[in-house]
Design a protein around this ligand. Structure first.
Ligand SMILES: Nc1nc2c(ncn2[C@@H]2O[C@H](COP(=O)(O)OP(=O)(O)OP(=O)(O)O)[C@@H](O)[C@H]2O)c(=O)[nH]1
Ligand SMILES: [Mg+2]
Length: 343
């Protein structure tokens, strides 16, 4: 799981990356691709830390990548660096834009480049397939010959590939292309301090199918420069409950269809990241490979139920609120789990 940050030059990509991960990308000259981990803010997790006061605190993390590429081959470098990214953040500069139409045209400019870049890959591949028409086709060639024309049509209409419904097998067969527009994307509008409402305007303009989130990176930089104990006061003075970068991280996390479950204790409170829909043994394997094979049962309680029991394991147990679930159980977001296994 990794999220790549994209945007036109000087849109605030590195600034956003630094706020989220604490890694000083702009000072790492000569590094084409800088990677960093962002902790996913979660009030439930914070509450569990308060209750257990563990020695070690391990929140869920999302890896982000920021690309520093200049020169003629910049685009190739970006594509290569982000080929492994599962999702994309598209940062749009609204802080130097005169009005909504300028923001929209900046947004479209990069979207169109991505669509065009994908289209070129599709056309190249189709051309090569036509040339080898006399040779026997591999199953992979056949899949490409069958699916790519549909992709071509979509891209020629100026639409991203993520708008297509593709069979899982076809999607898998297209993986090696690393298409930009097939991956989920979150639009991050970097607003000016004077006009933070611009993000809402853009949301209305782009419609419900395109996830958009607003942030004023300049304010968040100021916030992060404060000692942690003063941040709350700063946010209060702005009349907001939470830093916007936290919402960006959370939105990116759910964009990739991830959820987290918790393991708790006095030694460590930890959030484990799994894809939504994961069954208990696979969820256990995130902790340790052997847990999948040796899985016996999972002892589970939902976060709210746990709090309703006074945040006490003993009380939850006494009230019969700890459920024992088996191999077919699908883990849900925010559950507190204790795996029983035999290895
Ligand atoms: N006023 C204002 N300036 C910003 C904001 N975000 C970024 N900047 C400034 O814009 C400039 C570019 O920011 P970067 O974060 O380096 O942008 P980038 O997209 O990484 O730039 P490249 O990697 O060179 O393409 C810097 O001088 C930032 O200080 C913002 O929200 N408000
Ligand atoms: Mg940069």
């Amino acid at each position: 799981m990794e999220i790549g940050i994209l945007g036109l030059p000087q849109s605030g990509k590195s600034t956003l990356f630094e706020i989220m991960t604490g890694v000083r990308s702009r000072e790492m000259h000569g590094e084409t691709c800088v990677r960093g981990l962002a902790s996913v803010p979660d009030a439930r997790f914070d509450r569990l830390v308060e209750i257990f006061k563990p020695v070690k605190v391990s929140p869920a993390k999302v890896p982000f990548s920021d690309v520093n590429a200049v020169g003629e081959k910049a685009w190739d470098a970006v594509r290569q660096s982000l080929s492994g990214a599962e999702g994309l953040l598209h940062v749009v500069d609204a802080f130097t834009a005169a009005d909504l139409s300028e923001i929209l045209s900046r947004y479209r400019k990069l979207e169109d480049e991505l669509i065009l870049s994908d289209l070129m890959i599709v056309e190249n591949r189709l051309e090569r397939l036509t040339k080898m028409a006399k040779k026997p086709m591999t199953p992979q060639d056949a899949l490409h010959a069958r699916v790519l024309p549909r992709l071509q049509e979509q891209l020629e209409a100026g639409k991203p590939l993520r708008g297509l419904t593709l069979a899982e097998e076809d999607r898998h067969g297209l993986r090696s292309f690393s298409f930009w527009t097939i991956r989920p994307e979150l639009v991050v509008v970097n607003t000016s301090e004077e006009n933070p409402g611009m993000a809402d305007t853009l949301v209305r303009e782009l419609g419900p199918d395109i996830p958009v989130i607003g942030i004023c990176c300049a304010i968040e930089v100021e916030l992060m420069a404060l000692p942690p104990e003063e941040r709350k006061e700063f946010l209060d003075s702005l009349g907001v409950e939470e830093a916007a970068f936290g919402r960006v991280i959370r939105a990116a996390f759910s964009l990739l269809g991830r959820i987290s479950y918790f393991t708790v204790g006095e030694d460590e409170v930890k959030a484990w990241v799994i894809p939504a829909g994961t069954k208990a043994p696979r969820a256990a394997a995130v902790i340790h490979n052997d847990f999948d094979r040796g899985f016996i049962k999972a002892e589970i309680i939902g976060f709210d139920e746990f709090i309703a029991c006074g945040g006490s394991y003993a009380a939850a147990k006494a009230a019969g609120k700890l459920r024992l679930e088996g191999k077919e159980y699908v883990v849900r977001d925010g559950e507190i789990i204790n795996f029983r296994f035999n290895v």
